[in-house]
Structure formats: structure tokens, C-alpha cells
Design a protein around this ligand. Sequence first.
Ligand code: SF4
Length: 380
Amino acid sequence: MRAETLARPIPEDAPRTAAAWVARIRRKVADAGRTVRLMEFCGTHTVAIARSGLRGLLRGAVELVSGPGCPVCVTAGGEIDRMLAYCDVPRAIVATYGDLLRVPGSRTSLAGRRAEGADVRVVYSALDALQLAREAPDRPVIFLGVGFETTAPAAALAVKAASEEGVGNFCLHSAHKQTPAAMRALLRDGGRPGEALTLDGIICPGHVSTVLGAEGFAFLPAEFGIPGAVAGFEPLDILLAVDCLVDAALGRRPVALWNGYRRWVRPEGNRRAQALLSEVFCTCDARWRGLGLLPESGLRLKPEFARFDAEVRFPADVAEPPARSGCRCGDVLRGALAPADCPLFGAACRPERPMGPCMVSSEGACAAWYRYGTAEEEQP
Ligand code: SF4
């Protein structure tokens, strides 16, 4: 199914300001006599919605629920413990994105291990980690790869370059995940058998869509009969997506998938990035925080790249730990709990002393709610 694109990014009769957009959406919903519930699947959307106060402005008409769109947050506790175990590999340099540093594992975090003397370094991409490996050929450099279809191509590129250049001391721990698998799991049973999740539409992730293409989410109307809208990250982008989804939810237009981010997202996506992913990775079952083990939802290195696979080279027997006492990150990531309804929110759990990953990552729903709490409370 091809993604239906908006004939014009901004409809002819579109309001000129965000406030007028909000009023138009609220009016439609009020006329219908029911509310609309939408989920965003992207941490950057979560932050944009919180920062602009859209959730508060639409409250009572449209409920905006955050899903599992923060890459650091969805990384399961056992995976974090496995990453921490790499700090014990003799002379290892553990290279990580900054967001992972303070995510608590069972006993400590990467920041904690660094304070204890482990060589943990923050990098901006897998290619930076590869450069570290080139500069320190006598030391293993282990890159902790997290993220969705957006960060995985750079990790694939680094592995391919290491293979071609013979940089044998570089390896990747791939905790990369595939967004559509989590969407399917949530739409099937709320991510937890027996717990249905009621949604009227999905705001599809803009960055992931640049790689997968808008058509990567065509399964939403086709398989689940639910509308989807690929959105950019400006408040007006999000309001345009909300407007489309509200129309579909209220029967004012057919259920379909819209691409409202055509300035970056092509229907077919980025074919080169997709080819790179297929060349280096194969799909695997992966554990998501809050959603459990989801079939074919992860990416691991193909056997021909096993010598660059950190899990093969430095195996560690790590079990999935129980959730931290009181932490409700799993429920937040499934859209089953609003961050502020976690009993620890803003009290025992704050950005400077996080109890769970959703308060650590800048893209985490709890961190966004905490940081922009005032805007969240604004009403029209
Ligand atoms: S407030 Fe803290 S403990 Fe509660 S769900 Fe959010 S991150 Fe987890």
C-alpha cells in the first residue's frame, strides 16, 4: 500500500497560527462529542510536544500519549547489565552515546563504572568509536549501539569499514531495534497480553521514516485499520498530523497513512541506508523495556561479521533483572501510565537523581514532562 500524501502540506483553509490550529481541532472534536487518543512513537516528538505545550493545549479533546520512542529508555535492564560487563574486559575502551551513561543497571551505571576507573568514553556516532579503534590498535574498542532505524545505518557503516580496513579491535554491541515490530505489539495487545491499548491513530516517527519511508508504516491502516501520520518536529508539523488523525478518527476522512513530512521523507525511504542495514544486520528477537521479548524486533550482526560482534567476542551470562522497586518506566513506555502518575515522579525520581531511564534520557517521557511541566499544565 502506498502512503497517501497530503495534496498540499498545509491545506488551503488551514489556520495561520498554532493557536488557530488548536481551536480548529478542538472544535471538530467537540462537535463529534467524543475525545481522540493518539500515540507518538518518537522521543523527539515527545520532547517537541512537551516543549510546545501541545499536550496541555489539546487536553480534554485530544489525548497525546507517549509510546516506546526513546531508544535509551526501551533498552532492557539485562541489556544495560551486559553493557556494564564490557567494562571488565581487560584494557577495553567502552564507547557510548552520552544518553546511556547514567541509565541505571542492577548495581551501577556506565557513569558509575567510569568513576571506578573503567575507560568509558562518550562518542557522537559509531564512526567516532571506529576512529578510537584505529588510534588504539592494541585495545578492544566496544561500541554500544542503541537506537532505531535511524542510528543503525551508521553502526552498519562502521562495521563494514572495520571489516574492509581490517580494524580487528573494533566491535559492536547491537541493541538496535525496529520500530514497526513494537508498534505491532502495542496495537495487538498493548504490549502485554490481555491489556488492550485503545488508540485512534499514530503519529509516526519522522526520523525513522527518512530511512524506512512513509510506506514503512502503511501496515497501520492495512493491518490494524488505524490511521497514521508521518510528522516533522515543529509544532505546526505535529498539529497537521493531529488534524489528519482526528479527521480519520471522527470519520471525516478515510483511514489511511499520510506523509506530512515530505520535505525529508520519501515514500520509499532511503534505499542506500536500507541496503546497508540488510548487508550487515539480520533481524532477531529483542527484549524491550516494558514490552518484553518481541519477535524479530531487533538487529544483530550477520554471521559473516561475527568477529565484530561484542556479544560473540566477549560473552557474558547476564539474566534479565527484576524492575527496580517502584519504577514504572515499563508502563510509561507502553502508554499505560502518564509519567506524572508514577509515584516516584518528581520526588524520589528527578533528572539529577533518576530512578529509571525515562528520567535519564533527554528524549525520555518522564524527563520531558519534568522539564516542561509548566507548559504541560497550560490550558487554552
Ligand atoms: S518517574 Fe522515574 S521511576 Fe517513575 S517511570 Fe519515570 S523514570 Fe521510571
